[in-house]
Design a protein around this ligand. Structure first.
Ligand code: AHR
Length: 322
């Protein structure tokens, strides 16, 4: 029998120590987020990656980051490796929409929540991901279409022939931006897409495909609709090399709102850019914390975005954050 009350208190404290330390340790251990990025194909993507890295640092979250170089198989590998490493939460920006069921089921079976950023997936079971944060790409396509409708209303030409540079084949932004644009322009039968091909969201491919469009020209090209600014900037080079004036001989509409687009608009070579905000990092970190803490989160979180025609480019350029 222990009679000494001081010894008894000390012993009780010693026995309680591990139990007390466990939650403290859990609080101290930083949350680990495994992130699989699409690649580094565009100015937009570079800004998105920088936002995610800076926000993780700021939030004290340990970020495991992998660049998939625009390949789905690399993203699947990265997600599997995050599962094996038992990270707290996985986030990724899916390069294409389909083909994710199996790996997402593996994450679910391992009890690791998944957040989609930027791009959506098509899965049989929506519970395979906790939340999706990113732009409304269909609406971006509609905004591009509305700008063209207004311009067409002020143009007497009998027909306005459009060429389209699509994003990565099978990706949500390529599918949705096409859909939204077509939905709006069908209101004016003078607007016809005469050629449409993927420029893979890169400047180099945008230039190459525009060169091919210009070479194959059997009808006048009046308008270029590019699914991102980088492809538009590549196409601008091709148009200039063909001896034409981008923004004048061919009206150019693109999406993203990166600094390069504002510079091109200021120079009179691009007519309008529809904003797609890449600065998703801070919201993603908060979402990751909430999901891991088991708090209820919105299944779909969208971003507020504007439309910037060339007329406002010089004024807006100094305010651009990416
Ligand atoms: O998913 C967003 C798109 O991907 C951006 O519009 C494009 O620039 C990027 O590469």
């Amino acid at each position: 029998m222990m009679k000494n009350p001081i010894r008894r208190t000390l012993l009780a404290a010693a026995l309680a120590l591990p139990a007390l330390c466990a939650p403290l340790n859990a609080l101290a251990a930083p949350l680990v987020l495994g992130f699989s990025q699409v690649g580094a194909e565009s100015e937009w993507r570079t800004a998105n990656t920088a936002s995610i890295k800076a926000a993780a640092k700021e939030a004290g979250i340990t970020l495991k980051f992998a660049d998939a170089q625009q390949k789905q198989e690399n993203q699947v590998k990265a997600i599997r490796s995050y599962i094996a490493q038992k990270v707290d939460v996985i986030a990724f920006s899916p390069v294409v929409e389909s083909g994710w069921d199996t790996v997402l089921k593996e994450a679910k079976a391992a009890g690791i929540p998944v957040i989609l950023t930027d791009r959506a997936v098509k899965v049989s079971d929506p519970s395979l991901y906790a939340s999706f944060i990113g732009s409304d790409f269909v609406e971006e396509g509609r905004k591009a279409g509305r700008w063209l409708l207004e311009r067409a209303a002020r143009t007497p030409a009998a027909a306005l022939n459009i060429v389209e540079l699509q994003g990565t084949v099978g990706s949500a932004p390529a599918l949705d931006r096409k859909k939204g644009f077509e939905e709006v322009i069908k209101a004016n039968p003078r607007l016809q897409i005469i050629r449409s091909q993927s420029g893979e969201f890169t400047r180099a491919k945008g230039k190459e495909v525009m060169e091919a469009f210009l070479k194959a020209r059997d009808r006048k090209i009046d308008v270029l609709y590019a699914h991102n600014d980088d492809m538009a900037i590549g196409a601008i080079q091709a148009i200039e090399e063909a001896g034409l004036k981008p923004g004048v001989d061919i009206a150019i509409i693109s999406i993203d709102g990166v600094r390069g687009a504002f510079e091109a608009m200021k120079a009179g070579k691009l007519n309008v850019t529809v904003e797609c905000n890449p600065l998703l990092g801070p919201q993603l970190m908060q979402l990751a914390r909430d999901v891991v803490a088991g708090k209820p989160v919105e299944k779909r979180i969208t971003v507020n975005e504007g439309v910037y025609p060339a007329e406002v480019a010089a004024k807006e350029l100094p305010n651009r954050k990416y």
